[in-house]
Design a protein around this ligand. Sequence first.
Ligand code: UD1
Length: 417
Amino acid sequence: MKIMEIEGGRELSGTIRISGAKNATVALIPAAILSDEEVTICNIPEITDTTALCDILKELKVDVKRASESIIINPRNMQNIEIKEEYSKKLRASYYFMGALLGKYKKASMYFPGGCSIGARPIDLHLKGFEALGATVTNEKNKYTVEAKELHGANIYLDIASVGATINIMLAAIKAKGTTVIDNAAKEPEIVNVATFLNNMGAKITGAGTSTIKIVGVDYLHQCFHEVIPDRIEAGTYLIIGSLCGNPLKIDNIIPEHIESLTSKLEEMGVDLEIGRDYIIVSNYGKKRPTNIKTAVYPGFPTDLQQPFTVLQTQCSGKSKTTETIWENRFMHIPYLRDLGADITVKNQTATIIGPTPLKGTNVVATDLRAGAAMVSAALVANGKTTITNVEHILRGYENIVEKLSNVGAKITLKEI
Ligand code: UD1
C-alpha cells in the first residue's frame, strides 16, 4: 500500500507542466484497435490507468510499444478475446473496448467496468446505443456480450449527455453500414479529441463538440499520428492549488478555453490570474470572496473539479455552496475536510462551506481520484503533516504528482508501507 505525506503551509512557486488528458487517453487507447494499421499517439500521460489499458491491449495480442510520452499501437495481429474481470475492473474506461470491439469484430465480451465509486454509474445508454445499431446484448453474472450480424447506422437520442455513451456509440458506429446520428451528445473536449483521432484514421465524423454528432460508416481505417490534448482537470486542480498557495505558480501547456468555467469562478472569488495563450499564472494574494458552484456537463463547471474546489471555498471569507448534479456520491471528501478543520455541512446534493477556517494536518483517505486531489490540495494549505492513504486512486489520474509539486516547493513524499 502507498501513502502520501505532505508538510503543508508552504508557498509554491515555479512552473507545473500539464500532461495529456487522462479522459481522452483512456478512450484513445481502446479506439486505436479500430485501425487496420499501426497508429501513434503522443502526449500520453504516465498514469496507472494507461498501464491498465495497455495490459488489456496485450491480452488481445495487440502489439504495443511505449516510448517516452508516445505509444505505438499495431492491432494487425489482434484477437477478439473475452476481457477478464481482473482487467475490466481496474478502471471505468475499460468499457470503451465494448464499443471498439463491437465496431471492429461485431462482437465484444467483457465484464462490468470498475472505477471510482462516485455513484451507481449505469451503462444502460451505452447498451441502448449498441442495440440501436443492430446489436443484441446479453448479461450474465456481470459479464456483457454484445454482438451483431451486421451493424447499421441509426438515429440515437441520449437521455443524458453522457461522455462515456457518446464515445462508445461513436466507436461502435465507425464501421457500421450507413449513417449514425447521436443527438444530445456530450460536448466535452475529450470527445472532440477522440473524434479527431478517428477522422485522422479515415473515419467520417462531423459535429463532435456539439450536441449532434454524425458518423458515416467506413470500411477501412489507416495509420495515423495523433496528439492527446492537455488535461483540463489536472490543469484545474493545479490552478486551485495555486489559488491556495501559489506565489506565483505558472500552469503551463494548457488550453485556457477548456477551463473557463473554473477561471471565471476564480475571478469572481478575487483570485489573481494572468491568462496567456497556453498558460495561466495564479497566486494566492489577498482575501477571497465566497462563491457558489453547481456542477454541469461541459461547458459547465466540471464535476471532476468540484471536490478540490471545495478546499478553496474553505479559505473564502463567508458562506459558499457547492451543488453536485452529476454523481450521487461525490461528497466523500467532506468528512475528511472536516477532520482537517473545515466547517462544512451537506444537505441532499449541496454542501455549505463557511470560511475561512485554518486547516491542520491529520490522517485522511483518498476515497476516489478527485477526492484524492482534494486531500492533496487541503494538505498543501494545512499547517503540519497530513498523511493520505489509498493514494492508488490519485496515481490513476495525476502523472508525476509528487515530482510536479516537489519541483515548485512542496514537501511531499510517496511511501510504500
Ligand atoms: C466521464 C469522466 C468522468 C466525469 C464524467 C462527467 C471519463 C473516463 N470519465 O465519466 O471523469 O466525472 O464523465 O463529466 O471520461 N449515465 C447513465 N447511464 C449511462 C451512462 C451515464 O445514467 O449509460 C449517467 C451517470 O450515472 C451520470 C451521468 O450520466 O449521472 C454522466 O455520466 P457520464 O458522462 O457517462 O460519465 P462517464 O463517462 O462515466
